[in-house]
Design a protein around this ligand. Structure first.
Ligand code: ADP
Length: 187
């Protein structure tokens, strides 16, 4: 059984690696960002509430995000393991995830920290903007997302380091290379 988190700045390649790792381990990759975008696309009530925050590069309020993850982790396919991509991102979300796992009698196995320097991630995100046209991939919003990450999410690394769960991996290089680094860091 594998219960993993992926943490790293916007543009570090979490989504790309999450899909590959999920495949390798036979577990679902659960991306809160993808779930929010799906809801925005389908114009659900959750999507309507999340959109205003996402468009500004701000985090969606913990109350909405926590409820969404609690529900998703209760699905059958997550029973045998999961890879969370982009959650938790706040101290409150860490507490909620601990609580969800405690309710299930489960614990986390590892937290994979994907690092990448700021220049590189801004370049990648601007490139993605051209390819995918994501509403939050403008230079101004990218900068705000980096700030919010530094303020609210980077401090979580220490929390998980204190639990000896963090495996740090350099996110620069070819996609396959980064996957290999992660797999060997998890051995
Ligand atoms: P990135 O990591 O590149 O910023 P994501 O697709 O993971 O992109 O997230 C996009 C947006 O979705 C975030 O900027 C935020 O508004 C929202 N979001 C995703 N995950 C969370 C979370 N755990 N808590 C709050 N907001 C979130």
């Amino acid at each position: 059984m594998t219960r993993l988190l992926l943490i790293g700045p916007p543009g570090a390649g979490k989504g790309t690696q999450a899909a590959r790792l999920a495949e390798a381990f036979g577990i679902p990759a659960i991306s809160t960002g993808d779930i929010f975008r799906e809801n925005v696309k389908n114009e659900t009530e959750l999507g309507r509430q999340a959109k205003a925050f996402m468009d500004r590069g701000e985090y969606v309020p913990d109350s909405l995000t926590n409820a969404l993850v609690r529900d998703r982790l209760s699905h059958e396919d997550a029973k045998a393991g999961f890879l969370l991509d982009g959650y938790p991102r706040t101290a409150d979300q860490v507490v909620e995830l601990d609580d969800i796992l405690a309710d299930q009698g489960n614990t986390l196995d590892s937290v994979v920290l994907i690092t990448a320097d700021t220049e590189e991630v801004v370049r990648r995100l601007l490139n993605r903007a051209l390819e995918q046209g994501r509403a939050d991939d403008t230079e101004e919003v990218i900068r705000r997302r980096m700030e919010v990450y530094a303020e609210q999410t980077a401090p979580l690394i220490e929390v998980y380091s204190n639990r000896n769960l963090v495996r740090e991996v350099d996110g620069l290089g070819a996609v396959e290379e980064v996957t290999e680094r992660i797999l060997s860091a998890l051995k």
